[in-house]
Design a binder for this molecule. Structure first.
Ligand SMILES: NC(=O)c1ccc[n+]([C@@H]2O[C@H](COP(=O)([O-])OP(=O)(O)OC[C@H]3O[C@@H](n4cnc5c(N)ncnc54)[C@H](O)[C@@H]3O)[C@@H](O)[C@H]2O)c1
Length: 260
């Protein structure tokens, strides 16, 4: 039998109660990793970790709101207490609340940055303290192609994902000395339960989504597993010399006007 690509590895995935984060946790577990499912949504996060456990994975849940420094610290302490080390950190938690340049409140701007940028920074800093001792680690930041196209209705979100990319590049060059790699995945439009909910709130139901996906060159939208497969590459030794990389997963040329 093939050994999993993450055998004996420990992975912490923020925002992994549902959607993309859950898909990443699931694939990592199926590749042999021990997984710390983390989210601010406790019931959903517990359910995700229990579901992985029922499938034979080694998984625990630790609640963490990445806006809170103490939560980020406790998350890493719990991961090490449970599994002895941290090999992989995926920063997936995000606030994607809509708002354009005119109607974005200061509070919304601050919350988006506290989650998408500061939260990633805090988790990285706390995880690096352990990875450094191991002289090994892989950090994967989940950005968005909105960092480039700047969808008008996602103003602060788009800016935050651009800032995250700078954080990825900056941390990658510094953390080379500890053999800690930092890479970023920028997904395009991905069909997650969260996306379905947002679209439904905008009055765009199942038939709108079916129509939209007919316009996709590959005939379907990205799914959490597509992003998880990219994350697996960055988490595994297959990318052992890759750091500071940004992988854009988009079916259209970056910068093309979005039509969703
Ligand atoms: N779905 C898409 O089309 C798409 C496209 C590009 C990038 N992304 C990015 O992919 C990632 C996952 O997207 P998704 O669609 O699965 O999102 P989602 O909204 O479905 O799930 C996000 C998860 O993060 C959690 N979360 C939110 N704020 C948090 C906080 N402060 N602390 C801890 N957890 C928190 C939520 O509870 C939720 O479980 C995000 O970083 C998002 O920006 C998504």
């Amino acid at each position: 039998m093939n050994k999993g690509r993450l055998e004996n590895r420990v992975a912490v995935v923020t925002g992994s109660a549902v959607g993309m984060g859950e898909g990443i946790a699931r694939l990592f577990a199926s590749e042999g990793a021990s997984v710390v499912v983390s989210d601010k949504d406790e019931p959903a996060g517990m359910a995700a970790a229990e579901s992985l456990g029922r499938e034979g994975a080694s998984a625990i849940f630790q609640r963490a709101d990445v806006r809170r420094e103490a939560d980020c610290r406790t998350l890493m302490v719990r991961a090490v207490a449970a599994f002895g080390r941290i090999d992989v950190l995926v920063n997936c938690a995000a606030n994607n609340t809509r708002g354009n340049i005119e109607n974005t409140s200061t509070e919304l701007w601050d919350d988006i940055f506290a989650t998408n940028v500061r939260g990633a920074f805090l988790c990285m800093r706390e995880a690096v303290a352990y990875m450094k001792e191991q002289h090994r680690g892989s950090i994967i930041n989940i950005g968005s192609v909105n960092a480039y196209i700047g969808e008008p209705k996602l103003m602060a979100y788009s800016v935050s994902k651009g800032a995250l990319m700078t954080l990825t590049k900056n941390a990658a060059s510094y953390l080379n000395q500890y053999r800690i790699r930092v890479n970023q995945i920028n997904p395009g439009w991905t069909l997650t339960p969260g996306e379905r909910r947002v679209k439904a709130e905008e009055g765009k139901g199942k038939s709108w989504i079916e129509e939209a996906l007919r316009t996709r060159p590959f005939g379907r939208l990205l799914l959490p597993r597509d992003i998880a497969l990219a994350a697996l590459y960055f988490a595994s030794d297959q990318s052992e010399c890759v750091t500071g990389a940004v992988l854009d997963l988009e079916q259209y040329p970056i910068g093309a006007p979005p039509n969703w």
